[in-house]
Design a protein around this ligand. Structure first.
Ligand code: BG6
Length: 278
C-alpha cells in the first residue's frame, strides 16, 4: 500500500526556529522563532482537508470576501498545493521552500481560467519572507483579488497598536462598508473590527505581540491592509473559533483587495511580504 502523501512541510533553521506549512492551502500553520510561536491558530481549527484552516497564514485568491461562484475568500486556501521545491538550506543559513497551485477541475468549476500561483517561502533568523507570483498562461485577461490572511498571536489584542494607517481611507465592513479616513497615529482594537485600509504604506509595526515584542510587516505590490478581529459576539458565529480566543489574535493582512488585479495574458503579478521582529 502506498504511503499517504505528506501534508505538512517543515522548514527548520536550527535554534528552534521553524516554519510549518500545511499543503492544504499551503497554509503556514506555525512560525516559531527561538521556540516562540508567532502565529495564532484556533484551538478549534479543523484539519479535514476541506475547510480553510482557522489561523496561521491562509492565502486568499482569487476572491477576497463573499463570492457568487465559490466560497468566501476564494479557493486557494482550500486546495491542496504542490510542494514545488522541498526545504533547502541557502548559503546564508536561511531555509527556503516553494509551493505551487495550478488550475484544475475544482478551480475551473468556480473560475474557468488557467493560472499558476507560486510562492517561495524563506525562513530567516527572525523573519518570514514570502515571494508570491500569479502567472496568466491563458489568452484572456484575469481579474482577481489577493491577500495574505496573517493571524498574529498576541497576549492581549487590546494592548496592540498598529502603525501606518494615519491619513488612509478605509472601508468599514462593520458599518455596511461605509468609508472613513483614519486620523489616529496608531490603530487600536477594542471591539469587533473589520476594515480595509487603502493605499497603505510599505510597512506596519504591530506592538505588544508575543513577549511584548514589535512585529514588522513589510509589503510590496500589496496596496491594501485589512485589520480584523471578530471580538466576542462575532466569534460565537464562527464554528471553528472559540469565543474566549479573540484577545489572542490580531489579523493584519497585506492584500490587493479594494480593486482587482488586472493581469493580461502572458504576464505575472508579483508580490512580497516580510514579517519579522522589529
Ligand atoms: C477578514 C475579512 O479578512 O476575514 C472578514 O475582512 C472575515 O470580513 C474574516 O470575517 C474571516 O473570514 P473567514 O472566511 O476566514 O471566516
Amino acid at each position: 500500500m502506498a504511503a499517504p502523501a505528506t501534508s505538512v512541510v517543515v522548514l527548520d533553521r536550527g535554534n528552534n526556529t521553524t516554519c510549518t506549512v500545511n499543503l492544504h492551502g499551503a497554509t503556514v500553520v506555525s512560525w516559531r522563532v527561538n521556540n516562540q510561536e508567532q502565529l495564532f491558530v484556533s484551538k478549534q481549527a479543523i484539519f479535514d482537508g476541506k475547510r480553510a484552516i482557522r489561523g496561521g497564514i491562509p492565502i486568499v485568491f482569487p476572491q477576497f470576501g463573499a463570492w457568487s461562484t465559490g466560497p468566501q475568500h476564494g479557493f486557494a486556501r482550500i486546495c491542496r498545493w504542490e510542494l514545488k521545491k522541498p526545504p533547502e538550506r541557502l548559503p546564508t543559513g536561511d531555509v527556503e521552500a516553494m509551493f505551487q497551485l495550478l488550475d484544475n477541475e475544482f478551480t475551473r468549476s468556480m473560475w474557468n481560467y488557467p493560472f499558476s500561483l507560486t510562492y517561495r517561502l524563506i525562513l530567516r533568523e527572525k523573519e518570514l519572507h514570502f515571494n508570491i507570483s500569479v502567472y496568466n498562461p491563458g489568452a484572456e485577461t484575469l481579474s482577481f483579488t489577493f491577500l495574505l490572511h496573517t493571524y498574529f498571536k498576541v497576549p492581549d489584542v487590546r494592548r496592540c497598536q498598529i502603525t501606518g494607517m494615519r491619513g488612509c481611507t478605509y472601508i468599514d465592513k462593520t458599518r455596511e462598508g461605509a468609508m472613513y479616513q483614519e486620523h489616529r497615529d496608531v490603530v487600536t482594537i477594542n471591539e469587533w473590527t473589520d476594515r480595509i485600509y487603502q493605499n497603505t504604506p510599505l510597512e506596519h509595526i504591530i506592538t505588544n505581540v508575543v513577549s511584548g515584542r514589535k512585529m514588522r510587516m513589510q509589503k510590496y505590490n500589496l496596496v491594501d491592509t485589512v485589520v480584523w478581529n471578530p471580538w466576542v459576539e462575532k466569534a460565537k458565529e464562527i464554528p471553528d473559533f472559540g469565543e474566549e480566543e479573540f484577545p489572542n489574535l490580531v489579523c493584519v493582512e497585506a492584500g490587493h483587495v479594494s480593486s482587482p488585479v488586472i493581469l493580461p495574458p502572458g504576464t505575472v503579478f508579483e508580490v512580497m511580504c516580510v514579517c519579522g521582529w522589529s
